[in-house]
Ligand binder design. Sequence first.
Ligand code: ADP
Ligand code: MG
Ligand code: ZN
Length: 567
Amino acid sequence: REYTPKVIDTNYTEGSADKRWSSTNFPWTKELEAKNRNKFGNRSFRPNQREVINATMSGNDVFVLMPTGGGKSLTYQLPALISEGLTLVVCPLVSLIQDQIMHLSQANIPATYLSASMEWPEQQEILRGLMSCHYKLLYVTPEKIAKSNSLTGLLDNLYSQGHLSRIVIDEAHCVSQWGHDFRPDYKNLGVLKQNFPKTPVLALTATATARVKEDVVQALGLANCIVFRQSFNRPNLRYLLRPKTKKCLEDIDNFIRTNHFKECGIIYCLSRMDCEKVAEKLRECGHSVSHYHGSMDPVDRTRVQKQWSKDKINIICATVAFGMGNLIFQTSVCITSIVGCPMLMECGRAGRDGLPSSCLLYYQYSDYVSYCENDVDCRRLLQLIHFGEMFDPSRCAKTCDNCLKELTWVEKDVTNIARQMVELVTMTGQSHSSSHILEVYRGSVSQNVKKQRHDALPLHGAGKHLAKGDAARIMRHLVTEGILIEDVKKIDRHIFLSENDLLLVLFFLYLGIHLFLICYLLFNEKFPAPDKASKMGKLDASLFPQINKTVQQQSEVDENLSSMLFD
Ligand code: ADP
Ligand code: MG
Ligand code: ZN
C-alpha cells in the first residue's frame, strides 16, 4: 500500500501537568497494580509510568520522553497484559527484541516476534498463533512492516475484529533524521495510524529534542497526542570535561585508579583503531580491559559483552555501537569518553542502577562543542537545555567540574552586546553557524569571513574586547531565550566529526569518477549528439540523490552501528 505522509496540525497536551492521569480510580487500577507486583515483581511505579499507562489505556495517542532506564517498557507491557487482543511493538533491533522476549517469557507473558531471518514454516506457525490470540505482544522490526504482506494481512484481520489493542513505537526517535540513529523504515510507520485509526499509538523515546519530537509526531500522524516528559537530570552522575592532550591516557589511568579502580566502566572512542590502542595501553597500566567494535567477530563481541557484564573484565573500550538501547543497564558505569562525541547520549549508559558514577569527556574540537568550551556554567544546565528543560544550577550541588570551581561572580550588563549580536545575525543575511557569527563579531579576518564579505559589515569586530568564552555564553543565552534560533544542520556535524575528512575525500573521489564518466560519455564519438544529451540527463537524475544519500548515511550512522542495526 502506498503511504504519503502529510503535514498534520498538531495539538498536543502536556500529560505530566494533568492530575487526571495519576488517579487510582480507573476501572483497571486494581488489576494494574496486582499485575505490576505479581508478574513484573515491582513494588511501585516509577515516575510517569502510572500516568502513561492510564493515558494509553484511556485510548489516547501518547508520546513518552523518558530517560534510558526510566522504565518505558513497562508502560506498554502492563497495558498489553490487561487489554483484550494483541499489542504490536515496533523495535529497531532484533537483539533488543530478543532481550525483551526473554524477560517476558521469564514472567510467563506470551510474547513473540517476527523477523525476516526466520524460516517460512516458523513464521506461519507464529502467524497462526497470533490469529488465535495466543500471544499478548508481537514485536517486529520496521522493515517487517514495510515488506511483509502476511503481517499486513494479519493486522488488518485483527483490527477488523477489534483485536489490535495498541501499537507501540519503541525508540521512536529513529523516525527523525535529526535523531542520532535514523532508520528509513521508521519514516513510513505513519501508515499504521492511517490504516488503524482507532488503535491507540504509544511512542517511546529517551532522545527527543523539540525538533525530533515534532518529526516523530508528524511522521506517526499523532495529531492529538498527550506528551509525557520527565526530567533528564541524573543526580547520581558527575560530569567532568577536559581538553584532549597527549597525556590523556595517563590522565584516564589516574582517574580510574583514584575514583573507580576495579569498578565497571566504558571508554567510548570514535574509531575502531582508537578502541584497540586505548585498551592495550590501559592493560599495560594494569587495568582489566577489552575492546569492542563493529569489525569484530559477533561471537567475540558477545563474549566481551558477557565478560564485562559478569565483572570478568572491568573496562570496555568501545565505539558507540556498544550498549544501544537497554542491552546493558544493570551495572554502575564510569564513562570516559574520548574526543567530542555527543556526551549526552553516552551518559545515558552510566549509573543506571542509581549508584554514583562519573562521566569524563575529553574534547578536541573546541569550536564544535560550545558545551565543552563553556567553563563557567553548570554542565547539567547546559545538557538539560538541550532537552528543552530548565534547571536550577544550585541543584547540581557541585557535581560537575564547573560548579566545583566555586567561581566568584561579577555581574555585568551585556544588553548592548546581545543587541549587537542579534543585529549582526540579521545583517549577515542567510543563516550562519554560531561560531561564524562569533568570529565576525570578534573581528576575525579568516578566509571564510572575508569570502562572505562579512569583514565589511559595520559590526565586524564590535566585540573584539570580549573573551571568546564570554561571547559564546552570551550567544548561547540568546538561543536559550529563544531570541536567536539554532537549527542543527546535517552538514555541520558531517564536517566536524573526525572520520569525516576521509569521507569527504571519498565523496569527491566518487563524484570525480562519475564526472569523468559523464564527460567520457559526452565526448565519446560513439554517441551521436541527441543520445549524449539523454544519457547526461539520466545520469544526472539518478546519480546525485544516491551520492547525497550515501554521504548522509555515512556521516549519520557509525558504520559499526549500522552493521548491528541492519542485521
Ligand atoms: P527504558 O526502556 O526506559 O530504557 P526499561 O523499560 O528497559 O527502561 O527498564 C529499565 C529497568 O527498570 C528494567 O530492569 C526494569 O525491570 C526496571 N523497572 C521498570 N519499571 C520498574 C518499576 N516500577 N519498579 C522497579 N523496576 C522497574
Ligand atoms: Mg527501552
Ligand atoms: Zn553543575
